[in-house]
Design a protein around this ligand. Structure first.
Ligand code: ZN
Length: 510
């Protein structure tokens, strides 16, 4: 049995969750579900990032204290994840005492190791990024991300000696070619390291909403610096060395490409400075774009595109939870940018879900009801569908292991397609009740049983419902994969039920 520790970024709790954060979280959830299905011991962590000036400003603007404000916003994330059926094992908030303890412990070790020093910092600052830019990196004095003016700031700060880690990071990348995936994002991180690393300012005196620096109480840690450490807080760093030893070597960070610099350069260097191996793996996903702009509330407001209607919860009301999850997993390869559009959700829904999967389940349960007295016939050992099932199982398993939900679902749909084609060729609905129709339907039900197992990481609710309709007990996700995701494991005899369409077609406007 393997171990799999998967994390999402902790989301900045200054506004409600948007589809961009749902995208990363649903992918992390499907990967966590796959690994549980495959029998691995899984820990799935998500949470909210609650410090920093932007947060304090948002709280003040809305008439709350920072703590009251983050309590509310953090709760909205929990609600959204509950609606989206996100099976996290731990939800961390950076304002929790356990996090303060870990941050202070971890950074004290780095301080004692001599990698933190004090100096005056001058630079161009973006309040929205909570980060400094050099004049070269700025867009003519404007923030390259927010297109808003940068302000000149000067403060006494504590600095992290990032420059000391250039060679060690390059060595680490060379020795661990799988540390950052996909390759294009790994190259981006490498290029950044090779361009030369400057020490980074890690504390602020200008704000108070943060984790206090234990050796200098006038300062709080810069929000990014405290946030990264959440991944260690959740496995008990500084409290429980055994837990760290169990989970840290099996850690996988799923992140968006805008935070490559933090996760692929700062974070491994911070770990090295604290005498800890960096995380095992960072997978970088692209952005969902709307009309070429990154999807997210801040950008929406500034870009003039009104995206407030596409909060994830609103989308689930329109399309259903599992269809939305399916779209987020299937439309774009995890690692590339994708275009997010309501028309493409409708197209995926009608084609893949209504026409292919929904239709398959409907026709099979209907024929079993009318020709087999609603009792599931057993599959045959030498069905022509067996090969299609075995190839789908193998393809999907490899793809899930490779952080490629899109390919895993393509493999799964190849079995759905093969089964629909098989039924169209044999037309069991024209057969008389008897051995011949039983044989065809036994094989079709077996293919559907395997499909239900394979779609369960993506669409857990739909998978359960299919399982029930084809007369099986228990759950597709709880059956040990290595034993049950095998052709011919069903004995038949279950009571098959017809039901309403799993995916009623959505009429498009045209
Ligand atoms: Zn900015």
């Amino acid at each position: 049995m393997g171990r799999f520790y998967i994390t999402t970024p902790i989301y900045y709790a200054n506004d409600a969750p948007h589809v961009g954060s749902a995208y990363t979280t649903v992918n992390a959830d499907a990967l966590a579900r796959w690994h549980r299905l495959a029998g691995d011991d899984v820990k799935f962590l998500t949470g909210t990032d609650e410090h920093g000036q932007k947060m304090a400003d948002a709280a003040a603007k809305n008439g709350f204290s920072p703590q009251e404000w983050t309590d509310q916003v953090s709760e909205r994330f929990r609600e959204a994840w509950s609606v989206l059926d996100i099976s996290y094992d731990d939800f961390i908030r950076t304002t929790e005492p356990r996090h303060y303890a870990t941050v202070q412990k971890f950074l004290s070790v780095i301080y004692e190791n001599g990698y933190i020093y004090t100096d005056v910092y001058k630079g161009l600052y973006c309040v929205s990024c909570e980060d400094y830019y050099t004049i070269e990196a700025s867009d003519d004095g404007m923030c390259p991300i927010h297109h808003s003016p940068l302000t000149e700031m000067e403060e006494e700060n504590w600095f992290f000696r990032l420059s000391a880690f250039e060679d060690r990071l390059l060595e680490y990348y060379a020795e661990n070619p799988g540390f950052v995936t996909p390759e294009t994002k790994r190259n981006e991180a490498l290029a950044f390291i090779k361009s030369g690393l400057r020490d980074i300012s890690i504390t602020r005196t200008s704000i108070t909403w943060g984790v206090p620096v234990p050796w200098d109480e006038r300062h709080v840690f810069y929000v990014w610096y405290d946030a990264l450490i959440n991944y260690l807080t959740a496995i008990g760093y500084g409290q429980d060395d055994d837990e760290v030893a169990i989970w840290w070597p099996n850690s996988h960070h799923l992140i968006g490409k805008e935070i490559i610099r933090f996760h692929c350069v700062w974070w491994p260097a911070m770990c090295m400075a604290a005498g800890l191996e960096p995380a095992h793996h960072v997978h970088v996903n692209g952005w969902l774009l709307v009309g070429g702009e990154k999807l997210g509330k801040t950008m929406a407001a500034e870009g003039g595109v009104n995206l407030t209607d596409i909060e994830p919860i609103a989308l689930t009301k329109e399309f259903g939870v599992d269809p939305l999850r399916y779209y987020l997993l299937r439309e774009t390869a995890l690692g590339n940018d994708g275009e997010f559009a309501l028309e493409s959700i409708v197209a995926r829904y009608n084609t893949d879900l209504a026409n292919n999967l929904g239709n398959l389940v409907a026709r099979v349960t209907t024929v079993v009801a009318s020709k087999c007295a609603s009792v599931a016939p057993a599959p045959s050992g030498d069905s022509p569908l067996r090969l299609a099932a075995e190839s789908a199982l193998q393809g999907a398993a490899h793809a899930w292991e490779d952080f490629a939900p899109q390919r895993a679902l393509e493999s799964t749909w190849s079995l759905i397609g093969a089964t629909n084609a098989y039924l169209e060729t044999l037309a069991p609905w024209k057969m008389e009740p008897g051995e011949q129709v039983d044989a065809v339907m036994g094989d079709a039900l077996e293919a559907i049983r395997i499909v239900a197992i394979l779609v369960s990481p993506a669409m857990p609710g739909v998978a359960e419902e299919i399982w029930r309709r084809i007369g099986l007990t228990g759950s597709p996700a709880s059956a040990p994969f290595s034993r049950y995701a095998v052709w011919g494991q069903s004995a038949g005899g279950g009571r098959v039920v017809k039901g309403d369409p799993l995916f009623p077609r959505i009429k498009s406007d045209e």
